[in-house]
Each structure stands twice: as C-alpha cells, then as structure tokens.
Design a binder for this molecule. Structure first.
Ligand SMILES: [Zn+2]
Length: 239
C-alpha cells in the first residue's frame, strides 16, 4: 500500500517524499517512466501496463497497454510458462467509463508456443483474469454492468448504452450477475399473501345485538405461529 501511495506522490509531484502539508508546486520534473507508471495506476487494471496515451481529434483517448504479468505466459492447457514468442496480436477490450471522453484500450499481447510435447495446444495468446481470453470487455466492466442493470438501470438497453457495449453483451453480464442469487435456496415461506387480490367468496357475520355485519374471523393460528392453508394478509386483515 505504501509503495502505491509513494508512486502516486511521485507521479503527481515529480519526486518521492511524505506529503505533510499543502505545498505550492512551481516546477515539476518527470523522470523517465513516471508518466507511464502514473497512467498505469490511474487505469488500475491488474496485469496491464500503460505504454502511452494518445489523444484523438474527437476528444477520446486511446491507451496503448502491454502485459505486465508473467502468469499470462502460462499455457491454459498444461500450465507451463512459455518462453517462445510466436507473434503478437492486438485486441481492444471495452472498459468502464473513465472521465467524460471515452477511453479505448489497445492491448498488444504476445502469442506463445506451448513447447510441452504432451500438451495438445500448439500456441496461445496471453490472457488475464482482468481480461479473459476472447473477452470483448474487461472483467470489471462486465461486473459493473451486470450489477448496474440489476440495481440502477431501468433495462438492459440502458445499461448497454451507458457502458457503450452491445445489448447481448450487456444481457450476458446481467444474467451472470443474477445467476448466483437465482441459484441460492429460497427462504422458507411462512405466510403467502396476494396484494390487491382476494381469493374465494367473502363470508359475512351479523351481530345479533347491533345488527351490524362484518367479515368472518380468520382461521385459528397453527402451533408454529403461521397461518397455513390461508391465502390473504396478516392476521385480522380483511378477507
Ligand atoms: Zn500447453
């Protein structure tokens, strides 16, 4: 944690040190690598390092990133880390919004050969938990989009438009988010009610003294405190 804080201090002020009070910065001198490290910290995708950021005429920013995780060179089939580069591939996974203008990731990743004789896979491209193989969006975008559709957005289309992704991708993110909740066992039903609806024919009782009529009393409570075999509201409610 300290190293992260110190890196941020270095990226902002141009030198390492403890920030004890507000100071007026009159001259900021960057050393080689500071800007890239600061940009990598701002991006915050584990396993990806920002090489450079290009500002386009339309105002959007293109962040060129490279792999910064040795585990990405592990073969997905045999697990052996490869050291034989076969080539490169470029992907552009969509990420969560950052600022007002869009940010587009361009990831130049390596294609490795799997040298293990028993491995059925000849080659593979790098992948990360943050950006799985063949994924068109980052893991954090998929997670945020799914949760957003479930909790904030009115529909799948609104979530897709907010994150600038297609409807099918947003829908898959939503179903992945609710899958766990749907798979969990339902809580025990103690009372089953129907709002704004009454089931069965109403029964009336007449007070022989006053002549006033009222609905019949609810059935007696069961020993465990529940109103089994009764569809309606809480005890004493009108049936
Ligand atoms: Zn392999």
């Amino acid at each position: 944690m300290t190293s992260v804080i110190m890196a941020v201090v270095k990226a902002v002020h141009g030198h390492e040190g403890e920030v004890a009070r507000l100071v007026k910065v009159t001259h900021v001198e960057y050393v080689e690598g500071d800007v890239e490290r600061g940009a990598t910290l701002l991006l915050g995708i584990e396993g990806l390092a920002v090489e450079r950021v290009v500002l386009q005429d339309c105002g959007s920013r293109v962040a060129h990133v490279s792999t910064a995780d040795e585990a990405a060179a592990a073969c997905p089939s045999c697990g052996v880390i490869s050291t034989s580069v076969k080539g490169h591939a470029i992907t552009a996974p969509q990420d969560i919004p950052y600022g007002q203008a869009p940010v587009q990731l361009v990831w130049r990743k390596r294609r490795w050969r799997s040298r293990e004789q028993a491995c059925p896979r000849g080659s593979f491209t790098e992948s990360l938990p943050a950006v799985p193989a063949r994924a068109r969006v980052t893991t954090r975008l998929r997670r945020e989009c799914g949760a957003g559709i479930a909790d904030r957005f009115s529909c799948v289309l609104t979530g897709a438009q907010h994150y600038r992704i297609s409807w099918p991708v947003a829908h898959r993110a939503y179903t992945a988010h609710v899958e766990k909740a749907l798979a969990a066992p339902l809580p025990r039903v103690c009372v089953l009610g129907i709002d704004e609806t009454r089931r069965g024919k109403i029964r009336w009782d007449q007070d022989l003294v006053t002549g006033r009529t009222s609905t019949a009393a609810p059935p007696p409570k069961s020993p465990n405190g529940c109103w089994h075999n009764r569809i309606g509201g809480a005890p004493g409610s009108r049936m």
